[in-house]
Design a protein around this ligand. Sequence first.
Ligand code: GAR
Length: 187
Amino acid sequence: MKKIAVFASGSGSNAENIYHYFAGSHQVKVDVFFTNNPSAIVLERAERLGVDSFIFNRDVFYHSLLIGEELRNRGIDLIVLAGFMWLVPESLLNLYHERIVNIHPALLPKFGGKGMYGDFVHKAVSKAGENKTGITIHFVNGNYDEGDIIFQKAVEIIPGENPQSIADKVHALEYEWYPQIIESLLK
Ligand code: GAR
């Protein structure tokens, strides 16, 4: 059985979607949700779904080896970032080399980098008058949104489409593709 840890800082709708995709699988298990935010909705989801959760602060994440130890003790094979807003420290990048993935709600390298997350991305895409947007799934390195790209999928934007509608389309792509790409990485 391969085990996944999902890291999320907010709503965690992708975390829940990934959980449901693998529920009942004999090959893959979503073992735990990690969060840096004690009031994140992802914690409510964890409780409702019966998934373990682990809350940590900045000091633990950047100045201790506790997270890596917890991941190792649980036998985690792949770290999945889904709306997780902090840069991953070097110690964890080394421990899980090429086994940490992220999803970004745009077609990188466009609309990436510090401060480009969630609705800020969709507002920027809408404002720029882009005719398409999409999702990027990539390996994580020490910079925001810069690791090697694993998968991208585009969706058309109708002229004048508002950020909420763009966000809905992108979320639909995320729900469809992120679990499948995770599954293929674990094979
Ligand atoms: C997702 O759209 C994800 O792509 C984005 O945050 C959202 C989290 O939603 N991530 C980034 O912007 C990372 N730069 P969720 O908490 O409902 O899964």
